[in-house]
Each structure stands twice: as structure tokens, then as C-alpha cells.
Design a protein around this ligand. Structure first.
Ligand code: SF4
Ligand code: SF4
Ligand code: SF4
Length: 302
């Protein structure tokens, strides 16, 4: 195996989609396999995490097993990569940070409408839930981030090739609107008029103009508050962005940035009538927003 860079991969609290995206490189994976030696991975039957040059971690940290695995990876990897949006920002599992661990367990095992005489399971064989979901860098230093839910296979390859060659992968900085080729007629014109006079879901429109910015048609789109780098793939499929690439590097946080951007172009009070502002603004990045920090201070937990 000489000449090949030793690599380990793992998944924590995740859906495995980021590893699937790696496999989606198909035959291009063979080029990579000429340069890397995968010594530990969910797709390799090895029990002990070895020392490696690259540690690639998918998923956020939600229970004690996740925490222990992340600490092992940190200790044994020269370079640690946060692989995918869950690892970078907490991702979809991070939405549970709206509740405490106790509220969550009670709801899941005792209070659901279909549950009778439920009990919260406990025992040494069950990994205890952490109080809140965290992205990797809230627990250990991380050298490199590959966001996306999941990241594009081509982006994964570009990043790995750069790192294997000793270089620095490109860090995206602009927002998604820069990458989106839909026409932004009104958004580009300084005006006191609202861009749209209503806020609707895509299915409420009889016709969606595939060439025009969603916001100008009254459909919420997270493009202004989301980092570029996905190739605007949802927009190409005629769906608005929901923010899975996370915030741009210099944004304080994604939800605040989206409220700031949308308040300038939606009708007065438009956001107030959204039933799920958190689900729109923080769907993928709640653990890196101000919310969980406030919650842990108030609760005095951790
Ligand atoms: S980032 Fe998306 S694809 Fe990757 S593990 Fe999380 S939910 Fe799954
Ligand atoms: S708001 Fe959405 S549709 Fe409009 S330009 Fe930005 S990414 Fe494209
Ligand atoms: S358009 Fe938005 S939600 Fe869709 S892949 Fe890109 S960043 Fe993610």
C-alpha cells in the first residue's frame, strides 16, 4: 500500500447520504482509490480506529457514542474533515435543539398519540443522548469543511484531490444567488416597492416561471442567506433553495441573515405569517445559531 495516503471515514448521527455521495463518484472513485488507502470505514470491516492522515467524519454529534468516536478520530487523524452539512453545522438532526433532551425523550416515548403506557428506555447498552446536537467543531478542532446535504460528488473529489496533493481546497464565500442563473429583475433595482406582494408555496402557483427568481414570484428561497457551491441544483429542478449549504463564511448565522435579506423584499409582516420560520431559516444550521447557546445558558445544562 506504499504511496497511498491512509484514510479513515465514519458516520455519527447521520443518514449515510454523504458516504453514498462519495460512492456516487462511480468510476471516478477508482482514480481516488489509486491515491488513498481506506483503513477504517463503515464500509470496511475493521474494529479499531487507526492512525491516519485524513479522518473524514459524516454526521453531527448527538449521543455519547458519537462523542467518543469523534474524539478518537481527532486524536488519530492528522487532518480532520467535517464531511457534509450535519458535520459542519448540525444539519437536520440539529432541529432537535429546539427542545431539551428530556422533552424530546418524553415526547418520543411517552406522549405520542399512538403510545400507551410508554416509558423512556434506559440502560448501559443504550448510548445516552447528549443534551444538544453539535457540529464537530464545537467539540474538536476541524481542519477542513465540505458542506452540502449531501455534498456534490464532484465537490468531494475536488476537495480530496486538493488535500491529497498537499494543497488547500477552494473555500466558497459568495451566496447562492451569485451561482443561480434565474433572472433577478427587481432584486437588482434599488426600489422602495416590495418585490412581491404575497408569500406562497411553489404548489400554490399556477405557473412557476423557471427563468425568474423565486423571491420575485413570492416563493421563499434561502439563496440570499446560503453559501454557493451546490451548483444551484434545487433551482435547476424548479424548487426554491432550503439552505443546505449553510451560511456564507462571514454571516453571523443563517436564520438571521435570511430574515435580514427577506425583510427587505417581502411584504410587511410577510415573515410573521410563515408557520415555520425556524424550519425555513434554520433547517440545516440551528446548532450554530444563537438559539442553542441561549438555551444551554438558560437551562444551565451541558
Ligand atoms: S448532511 Fe445530509 S446527506 Fe449528509 S448525513 Fe447529514 S442529512 Fe445525510
Ligand atoms: S433568491 Fe433563490 S431563485 Fe432568487 S436568485 Fe437567489 S437563489 Fe436564485
Ligand atoms: S439549492 Fe439550496 S437546498 Fe438545494 S442543494 Fe443547493 S444549497 Fe442545498
Amino acid at each position: 500500500m506504499s504511496g497511498r495516503v491512509p484514510v479513515a471515514t465514519t458516520w455519527l448521527q447521520s443518514c449515510s447520504g454523504c458516504h453514498i455521495a462519495l460512492l456516487d463518484l462511480h468510476e471516478e472513485l477508482l482514480d481516488l482509490l489509486g491515491s488513498i488507502d481506506i483503513r477504517y470505514s463503515p464500509i470496511v470491516d475493521v474494529k479499531e480506529v487507526p492512525e491516519t492522515d485524513l479522518g473524514i467524519v459524516e454526521g453531527s454529534v448527538g449521543n455519547r457514542d458519537n462523542t467518543e468516536m469523534l474524539l478518537k478520530f481527532r486524536e488519530r487523524s492528522k487532518t480532520l474533515i467535517a464531511f457534509g452539512t450535519c458535520a459542519c453545522f448540525g444539519g437536520i438532526p440539529g432541529l432537535r435543539n429546539l427542545f431539551t433532551r428530556e422533552e424530546l425523550l418524553r415526547r418520543g416515548y411517552v406522549e405520542t398519540e399512538s403510545t400507551v403506557d410508554g416509558i423512556v428506555p434506559a440502560g448501559p447498552e443504550l448510548p445516552a443522548l447528549e443534551q444538544y446536537v453539535k457540529p464537530l467543531n464545537q467539540l474538536v478542532p476541524v481542519e477542513h469543511y465540505i458542506p452540502g446535504c449531501p455534498p456534490l460528488p464532484s465537490t468531494i473529489k475536488k476537495n480530496l484531490v486538493a488535500l491529497l496533493g498537499g494543497g488547500k481546497p477552494e473555500v466558497k464565500k459568495r451566496n447562492l444567488c451569485e451561482e443561480c442563473d434565474r433572472t433577478k429583475k427587481k432584486l437588482l433595482v434599488a426600489s422602495r416597492d416590495f418585490v412581491t406582494d404575497s408569500v406562497v408555496s411553489p404548489h400554490e402557483l399556477d405557473n412557476i416561471d423557471r427563468s425568474l427568481c423565486f423571491l420575485e414570484q413570492g416563493v421563499l428561497c434561502m439563496g440570499p442567506a446560503t453559501c454557493e457551491g451546490c451548483g444551484a441544483r434545487c433551482l435547476a429542478g424548479n424548487m426554491p433553495c432550503r439552505g443546505c449549504m449553510g451560511p456564507t463564511p462571514h454571516a453571523l448565522e443563517q436564520g438571521a441573515k435570511s430574515i435580514n435579506a427577506l425583510s427587505a423584499i417581502l411584504p410587511a409582516g410577510g415573515l410573521m405569517f410563515q408557520e415555520d420560520v425556524v424550519g425555513v431559516g434554520y433547517r440545516y444550521s440551528l446548532p450554530v445559531s444563537i438559539y442553542p447557546h441561549l438555551a444551554s445558558e438558560v437551562e444551565g445544562t451541558e
